[in-house]
Design a protein around this ligand. Structure first.
Ligand code: CA
Length: 249
């Protein structure tokens, strides 16, 4: 049995769902479509230095998927004991962080991602963007870099949700927008909290270790299967789609 078969069988056992072909792919942005996590981390560190935050070197990779406001509140609480960070202050600080991100120049598309999206389109699988980001510079680029891939009504961003990842709300909203069920959908994620959100939404959740996190971290957060790179996942995707079309328990 391949690792794809083993992981899908395990997913069916834990969820209780009957096997279903894939109709919808819920796709994270940072670290999946764009190699942007290192720039985000540097931007958070620059803001953190200005705010007097202490942080571990890879700490901001752990928070990937949370909204900017949630990260700011978490750090101000921990570092300065504050419970009184207003929405206005969050907006001001997040605008600084976004500017520090943009100042580093354009981020690269993740290698393998265009091939993954082409496979999804060829198989008429609906693509839904599900990101905790509100980074306008990246959201604006999507149409240029991946034309015809993410239709405007099929996007969930930081502006749409009350609760960011690891809450399942962003993925549940993505399912709702696509009129799809968890049993027919897959989540494609790179970050621990994003994987957790996908898992909690009930979808088969694919983790890609495109950042510094070990495979075990994504597995512990609920990934059903993990690939080391987007290229590896793009290689496996046609087989995953075929497997799901004809799977028998
Ligand atoms: Ca991500």
């Amino acid at each position: 049995m391949t690792k794809e078969e083993i992981s899908y069988r395990r997913y069916l056992q834990r969820s209780g769902y009957a096997p279903q072909p894939i109709s919808t792919a819920l796709i994270d942005m940072d670290g999946v479509l764009y190699n942007s996590m290192y720039n985000h981390s540097r931007a958070w560190k620059r803001l953190g230095d200005e705010q007097g935050w202490h942080y571990e070197d890879n700490e901001f990779f752990l928070y990937e998927g949370m909204t900017g406001a949630a990260i700011i509140r978490l750090m101000e609480k921990r570092e300065h004991g504050r419970d009184d960070v207003s929405d206005e202050e969050c907006k001001r600080l997040y605008a600084l962080k976004a500017a520090y991100f943009t100042a580093q120049g354009e981020v690269e598309q993740m290698p393998g991602t265009a091939r993954m999206l082409a496979t999804l389109r060829k198989n008429e699988i609906t693509r839904v963007l599900v990101t905790g980001s509100g980074q306008a510079s990246l959201l604006d680029r999507l149409n240029r870099d991946y034309p015809g891939t993410f239709f405007a009504p099929l996007r969930v961003t930081a502006h749409d949700v009350t609760h960011g990842k690891p809450n399942p709300e962003p993925y549940l909203m993505g399912l709702h927008k696509a009129s799809s069920e968890p049993s027919q959908s897959i989540v494609i994620e790179n970050a621990p909290l994003g994987v957790e959100a996908g898992h909690r939404s009930g979808c088969f959740t694919i983790g890609i270790t495109t950042g510094p996190m070990a495979e075990s971290v994504l597995t512990e957060h609920g990934a059903d299967i993990v690939y080391p790179t987007m290229d590896d996942f793009a290689d496996a995707l046609p087989n995953i789609i075929e497997l799901r079309k004809s799977f028998k328990l």
